[in-house]
Ligand binder design. Structure first.
Ligand code: 2P0
Length: 350
């Protein structure tokens, strides 16, 4: 483990102009994302540097839209879904601390207006899209003109998974090696699968007892089984790359499900145990396995919560909407990459 040498503020400061300038209004959108090879465990917590590389799929139109404008009251105003929050609330203080990394001691009182269009019923985390949209909006507002890779590294300092939400489509976050973390950022992959679908199965939307940040810390510190995780994640990442290059949906789905279950095994092996599943999560898993036995190609992945995310192809959408009532279906490649600048080649999964 590295010692927490570098401070976020010092790392960010290296990329800022001597004197900040600003525009009147900035607005940015970032999608939520689901990891197919998970990020679980940090080697350095100040900068959110991960133990392993990860790979995700961004959720197209589901995410966060953030606006920044000058505050007329002389104080920061943080709004979430149309509601003004007390500045000392956990959400507002996280947002303000992040913005402080950029404006340093300068007096730039701002209105930071955040809206999530992630259905509350979907059980998706909003910190990934939230910090990514905030980073993109800050880049615009202060005319920083930073490259996507730097923005991804900055978003990672807000929340690890936010590094991936800077881009659309399939995205890889390389763990990096540098102590300042600037090589630990995401980049978009040059692959498009128009027939890929992600289905959100709601099991429970109650706030979880242990958040991801404390959950991964507990796993790293107490689960002997965690020692096997970095090697598993590295192997899974390689297999997902292979699946993407061969257009093999079966391999992509199987590896993603295995990776999620392996991550959950390390959580369960923590002390006190971290079991994010509810009885209905297991019911849904068994249904998926029965459907696969019956020849329907559907796989699942799960994050630090009880909800399942199904992976399937367009041809099975109607059937799965019948099997899982209330299934929210996302088409990741419905729109071409609006955030990333990469050109993508079309490779249809088989
Ligand atoms: C992921 N998760 O790869 C993994 C899988 C949850 C399970 O990234 O502490 O909110 O802010 O870096 O990014 C959730 O953790 O944690 C997460 P921090 P984050 O999507």
């Amino acid at each position: 483990m590295l010692i927490d040498n570098f401070k976020k503020s010092d790392v960010v400061a290296r990329y800022l102009p001597k004197k900040l300038v600003s525009i009147d209004h900035a607005e940015a959108f970032a999608p939520s994302n689901i990891a197919l090879c998970k990020y679980w465990g940090k080697r350095q917590s100040e900068l959110n540097l991960p133990v392993n590389s990860s790979l995700s799929i961004s959720l197209a139109h589901l995410g966060t839209r953030t606006q920044i404008r000058p505050s007329q009251t002389g104080e920061d105003q943080v709004m979430l879904n149309g509601q003004l929050l007390p500045v000392e609330s956990p959400f507002a203080s996280k947002v303000i601390s992040f913005v402080d990394l950029f404006r340093r001691e300068s007096s730039y009182p701002l209105v930071i207006d955040t809206r999530n269009n992630i259905p509350t019923a979907a059980g998706l985390a909003s910190s990934a899209s939230g910090f990514a949209a905030l980073t993109l909006a800050i880049n615009q507002y202060f005319k920083l003109q930073l490259p996507d890779s730097v923005l991804s590294a900055f978003a990672r300092m807000g929340s690890g998974s936010a590094s991936r939400s800077i881009y659309t489509g399939f995205v890889e976050w390389r763990m990096g090696r540098q102590e300042d973390g600037m090589d630990s950022h995401a980049f978009p992959l040059d692959v498009i699968w128009p027939d890929l679908r992600v289905g959100l199965v709601k099991v429970s939307t109650a706030a979880k007892a242990v958040d991801s940040r404390s959950g991964m810390k507990r796993t790293v510190e107490t689960a002997s089984l965690y020692q096997s995780w970095p090697a598993q994640a590295a192997q899974d990442l390689e297999k997902i790359h292979q699946a993407l290059s061969e257009g093999s949906f079966s391999q992509l789905g199987a590896v993603a499900e295995h990776n999620a279950m392996s991550m959950h095994a390390t959580m369960i092996a923590s002390w006190p145990p971290l079991l994010y599943w509810q009885p209905d999560s297991v019911v849904a898993m068994q249904k998926i396995w029965a459907l696969r036995e019956a020849g329907v190609e559907v796989y699942f992945t799960m994050d630090a919560g009880p909800n399942l995310k199904l992976l399937f192809q367009e041809k099975n959408q109607t059937l799965l909407e019948t099997e899982f009532s209330g299934l929210e279906v996302v088409t990741p490649f419905v729109e071409s990459g609006s955030l990333s600048t990469s050109t993508a080649t079309v490779k249809k999964s088989s």
